[in-house]
Design a protein around this ligand. Structure first.
Ligand code: BDR
Ligand code: CA
Length: 314
């Protein structure tokens, strides 16, 4: 099994990423940490606890981390994920439930020292918690086995500004810290690749047919998210951004990646938060990230289906 640390800003697709992770016996999930992002830190924590409860994994520690980006003001994505982040499905009692004690960046540092070179870290929200950990303990970068993050867009338009993807736009300074921290294996899974992973209406209906309980849950949790996708794209579907980053940790051959030197724009009025990937090696610098350029869609959907089939039903 792979030792996993998952960091989320539970929103709709983060919730589906959690399902995939929890239904994958190859993962030994050591902890889930929560960040601001799609919704506030507190709401994201409540949503995370709710998902872990429904998949019957209350044993997984949940740590709260940053409530805001390193230097900027928080920015939430209610238009896409709903006011509560999970299409109105959030239940009040989880807001009252206390996550585990401890601050996520500190817990992460402790965990890296406890399992040197063994932890795979997956990030499906802004990178604030990882940046905070690396600022406190720069040497911790050398203890990480691998980082996979959903964020940025390499070829094509952004989804929050013309140039930038949401997760990198929200906290570009954190992305900069991570990119230049010396992590030996850092994999970027960007919007241009994740937007190919579409839960279409047909797929959803087939899912509901084979797995009524989870198919129905997925249909409900994605309601607002699919509405928004239809409004923006005119197609009845939604993109499984975050589940792809989770699946990439499970099965690396899922993604085609190429190592490139990569940086991020932090001081631009028009392209703030956009990744700059030196595909032609103009800067003559060593690669610092594996950039995802393609995905094996049938493989993704078979992994996703197998994971959901293993989840308990209530
Ligand atoms: C990313 O932004 C968030 O809204 C989603 O949860 C995903 O992590 C896609 O750009
Ligand atoms: Ca997310």
């Amino acid at each position: 099994t792979k030792k996993i640390w998952l960091d989320v800003d539970t929103g709709v697709d983060d919730a589906l990423g959690l399902l995939l992770a929890c239904g994958s016996p190859a993962f030994d999930i050591k902890a889930v940490s929560v960040t601001h992002g799609n919704v506030s830190l507190d709401q994201a924590a409540a949503n995370t606890l709710q998902v872990l409860d429904i998949v019957e994994r209350p044993d997984i520690p949940v740590y709260k981390g940053a409530s805001r980006p390193l230097v900027r003001a928080p920015l939430y994505e209610h238009a896409v994920h709903g006011k509560d982040g999970i299409s109105g499905m959030s239940e009040e009692r989880y807001l009252a439930q206390k996550p585990d004690a401890g601050y996520a960046p500190e817990r992460l540092i402790e965990m890296l020292h406890a399992y040197p070179h063994e932890l795979t870290l997956i990030f499906t929200g802004p990178l604030t918690n990882l940046a905070l950990a690396l600022q406190r303990d720069p040497a911790a970068a050398g203890l990480i086995n691998e980082v996979i993050f959903m964020g940025g867009v390499v070829h094509g338009p952004g989804n929050i500004t013309p140039a930038a993807e949401f997760n990198t736009y929200v906290d570009p300074e954190a992305v900069k810290v991570v990119l230049h921290s010396g992590i030996s294996r850092l994999t970027q899974v960007g919007l241009d690749v994740t937007k190919q992973v579409l839960l279409t209406e047909d797929r959803l209906q087939a899912f509901k047919h084979s797995y009524p309980f989870w198919g129905d849950w997925i249909e409900r949790v994605t309601t607002q998210y699919r509405e928004r996708y239809f409004t923006v794209n005119g197609v009845r579907a939604c993109a499984l951004h975050d589940p792809l980053a989770v699946a990439a940790a499970l099965t690396p051959e899922l993604l085609q990646t190429v190592p490139y030197y990569t940086d991020i724009e932090c001081r631009s009025s028009i392209s703030d938060g956009s990744l700059v990937v030196d595909e032609k090696n103009r800067l003559q610098k060593s690669p610092n990230a594996y950039i995802a350029l393609g995905v094996d869609l049938p493989l993704f959907f078979s992994l996703f289906e197998r994971a959901v089939a293993r989840l308990p039903e209530r």
